[in-house]
Design a protein around this ligand. Structure first.
Ligand code: NAD
Length: 438
């Protein structure tokens, strides 16, 4: 099938590459000319494991091309995917200006009958707005509308897209369902579950899922605060909870909280949607409040150890919003670094991939070349994003580098006894610190 993809960011590029891998003829367009030039050179503009190899394979096979103009991609496409960003307005409402822009391009250039698929995360009811744009801009044409929300996670995007837990397709027209079944036929043949619903149900399911994931994380962080007060161990509590199959262990890690391009804005947009519909959902505001508090709680743990943050040097290990990505959008690690800078600390950061992006966001932070350079003469080390390689840190070398042996594990990821054994005060989240062995 001929497929057009609008937007070549984390979702659009992965969609384009995996649909080409399924044998379709894919043209992708982006308003950012630099991005298109980078892609045409065969490079991926961000870090995502496995993506450069698959991109190279599909471009070489002649199934995938990148264009700067929608007129080069949309005419002749049987299916058009909208994969553009849906950022937050200052009041938390989803900003749909770019989605509207994509809809106007489709109305202008796509063939009558092209199936239009929304992959961007949008509030329920957005398809009606897109339909209104089509009716206004192109009253003579009919574009069947589909909602096919994306559930990939940055860092594992390729395997998530090739082997999804389920495919969700919302449509209100047999042509929409039929096109999506043909498009995803290779996955359906492999046994991937297809859930077919109406459009509003599909749109809502994405916000409902992301808000629930955020809620689980905030629940764990609220527990962490209570554990600190009562002298309990939050990891043990969430282990007990998570071994109950009715609860499950995922997304129950206490730490610095959630961040990135999805959960914070989706929680806010879902809250605004509920309010606008006349069913205020204050639990969502509470989820966001507990999340903000998670960063403040780590600053307090740090202050308990260092006493005077102003003038102290703090090494922040891990700057991306989660491991295996260079994405720093709403990264809790950067929120922490920014707060420490406000309090007068000197912050030296290190990240295996996200150093340059972090520096662009927070120019006052020095970026070190490795964890030991970051820890050089530091008054405290904070592990802020749990890249797997930090678990193999040479703790003796780290201990020799620092000015004061304080290790705050804001992701509860290290072997605390080993850290304390190397001579650090080991300060996790939601449980008691371990003091260095004499
Ligand atoms: P992104 O910022 O990485 O990519 C968006 C792309 O759209 C950019 O390259 C931008 O230049 C391009 N663009 C903007 N206006 C355009 C236009 N008029 N025409 C063509 N291209 C245009 O965003 P993303 O992370 O890919 O997210 C896209 C959507 O998918 C959002 O709604 C997001 O919530 C959702 N989503 C993201 C993830 C994720 O992990 N990043 C996961 C699931 C869903």
């Amino acid at each position: 099938m001929r497929v057009g993809v609008i937007g070549t960011g984390h979702v659009g590029l992965v969609t384009a590459v995996t649909l080409a891998d399924a044998g379709h003829d894919v043209g992708a367009v982006d308003v950012d000319p630099e991005k298109i030039e980078t892609l045409r050179r065969g490079e991926v503009p961000f870090y995502e494991p496995g993506l450069p190899e698959l991109l190279d394979e599909q471009v070489s096979a002649g199934r995938l091309s990148f264009e700067r103009e929608p007129a080069a991609v949309l005419p002749g496409a049987e299916v058009v995917f909208i994969c553009v960003g849906t950022p937050s307005n200052p009041d938390g409402e989803a900003n749909l200006a770019v989605v509207e822009h994509a809809a106007a391009d489709i109305a202008r250039y796509a063939d009558d009958g092209a199936v239009v698929v929304g992959k961007s995360t949008v509030p329920a009811g957005t398809a009606d707005r897109i339909r209104a744009t089509f009716e206004h801009d192109r009253p003579d044409a009919a574009f069947p509308l589909v909602s096919n929300p994306e559930f990939l996670r940055e860092g594992t995007a390729i395997s998530d897209a090739l082997e999804p837990d389920r495919l969700l397709v919302g449509a209100d027209d047999a042509r929409g369902f039929d096109a999506m079944r043909r498009l995803y036929a290779p996955m359906l043949e492999r046994g991937v579950r297809l859930i077919e619903t109406d459009v509003a149900t599909a749109e809502l399911s994405k916000h409902a899922s992301n808000a629930f994931l955020a809620l689980k994380i905030s629940y764990a962080n609220a527990l962490a605060r209570i554990c600190e007060l009562v002298g309990a161990d939050v990891d043990a509590v969430t282990d007990v909870m998570g071994s109950d199959p009715r609860i499950g262990p995922a997304f129950l890690g206490a730490g610095l909280g959630y961040g990135g391009y999805c959960l914070p804005k989706d929680v806010a947009a879902f809250e605004r949607l509920a309010e606008r519909l006349g069913y205020p959902f204050p639990m969502l505001a509470e989820v966001a409040r507990i999340n903000d508090e998670a960063v403040r709680a780590v600053v307090e743990r740090l202050r308990d150890e260092v006493r005077e943050l102003s003038g102290s040097r703090v090494a922040v290990l891990g700057l991306s919003f989660k491991p295996e990505t260079d994405d720093v959008r709403l990264s809790p690690a950067l929120a922490l670094a920014s707060r420490l800078l406000e309090l007068g600390a000197e912050v030296v950061g290190f990240d295996p991939r996200a150093g340059a992006n972090a520096k662009a966001e927070l120019p006052q932070m020095r970026i070190a070349s490795d964890p030991y350079d970051a820890a050089d003469r530091a008054n405290a080390v904070v592990l802020a994003t749990d890249w797997a390689e930090f678990r193999d840190l040479d703790l003796a070398r780290l201990r020799n580098a620092v000015a004061a042996p304080v290790f705050v594990d804001a992701r509860n990821t290290m072997d605390g006894r080993a850290v304390a054994g190397a001579g650090f005060a080991y300060v996790p989240v939601g449980k008691q610190p371990l003091r260095p062995e004499a």
